[in-house]
Design a protein around this ligand. Structure first.
Ligand code: MG
Length: 330
């Protein structure tokens, strides 16, 4: 197998979450060539703030024969792309459209006419990152939920405690509380405490997923799994969700448009196979960054992301022009 990479920088246009302070986000595109002649592309976009090793460290690992779990996912996704390219078809061929949630990364920077805009554009689900200013955010959630037009997803990124969570949820308007579709990672995972957290709203697990062992769990401390194909084993999670009856939200990793298209393709495929289980996706994250040649090809229209044209996940011409460097594998 030959692995080549091309570094990129995404420039964020606002603070992406309570931990991210760097306006520039770095990652690499990957080109993988298999001995059977197939070639596929994917993205590797680590979030060191959340414990991912840097892309430099992950590449150093390959050179010494160690493939990180994130890279394993990137290779798996590149293979899916390679198979479609080989068959001369788009990865989206025959797949249904999937709506995405609107992402409020920082409620303080949203325009006052946000609700009208969301309705006009056809959004049904809004995800709000929580953790910068809890009081202001509770007011924002109350206002958005009271309207009744949207399902709300609140993402605490496991940064708070049971106490901050309880205080926040108790201060949200009661009508708005009924519109909360789920709360993501309300605080660090604790089976009993998450079961109690469900008294306010359904709970979803995202970043805390690596801490749990589904087979050892005695109860059902969450209702939804947030599936990020960039870092998680897709088939294992879908299988567990069928057995334990979890709903699934597929999201991008706030990564490069190449990674976003991969996540969107998984969302569409799972929607076709499990229409009731798959909720609105969270793949529409390209607008968080300054537009570049890639994101210009997938500009969203309301809740729908445009699918990149071309074979596999698309971007054929742009990918062929990347200045690829091959990794020497020992
Ligand atoms: Mg999350």
């Amino acid at each position: 197998m030959k692995i080549s990479y091309s570094p990129y920088t995404l420039k964020s246009i606002q603070n992406l979450n309570a931990l991210a302070t760097q306006p520039e986000r770095k990652g690499i595109l990957l080109k993988i060539e298999w001995p059977d002649g197939l070639t596929g592309y994917s993205d590797l976009h680590p979030w060191p703030e959340f414990g991912d090793p840097s892309w430099e460290d992950q590449l150093a690992g390959i050179r010494s024969g160690h493939i990180s779990p994130m890279l394993e996912q990137s290779i798996w996704l590149a293979r899916r792309d390679a198979q479609c390219r080989h068959q001369d078809k788009s990865i989206f061929e025959g797949l249904p459209l999937v709506k995405n949630n609107y992402l409020v990364a920082d409620s303080r920077s949203e325009a006052p006419d946000l609700m009208d805009m969301l309705k006009t554009e056809g959004f049904e689900t809004v995800k709000i990152k929580i953790g910068r200013d809890l009081q202001k955010e509770a007011e924002f959630v109350s206002l958005l939920g009271r309207d009744g037009a949207f399902k709300l997803r609140l993402d605490f990124n496991a940064l708070g405690t049971w106490q901050t969570y309880e205080r926040f949820m108790s201060s949200v308007n009661k009508v708005a509380l009924t519109r909360v579709q789920y709360v993501e990672d309300p605080f660090p995972f604790d089976e009993q405490a998450w079961n109690e957290a469900k008294k306010f709203a359904p709970v979803a697990i995202d970043k805390e997923f690596h801490k749990i062992d589904l087979k050892k769990m005695k109860s059902r401390p969450f209702d939804v799994v947030v599936l990020k194909p960039a870092t998680m084993d897709v088939n294992a999670i879908v299988q567990a969700s069928v057995i334990q009856d979890f709903k699934v939200t597929v999201t991008s990793y706030m990564d490069h448009p190449v990674g976003v298209m991969h996540a969107l393709a998984i969302a569409c495929e799972l929607k076709k196979a499990h229409p009731q289980r798959i909720l609105d996706a969270g793949c529409s994250t390209t607008r968080l960054f300054q537009m570049d040649a890639y994101s210009a090809e997938v500009v969203p229209s309301g809740p729908y992301l445009k699918r990149a044209e071309g074979k596999g996940i698309g971007f054929d011409t742009l990918l062929s022009r990347e200045p690829w460097s091959q990794i020497k594998i020992q």
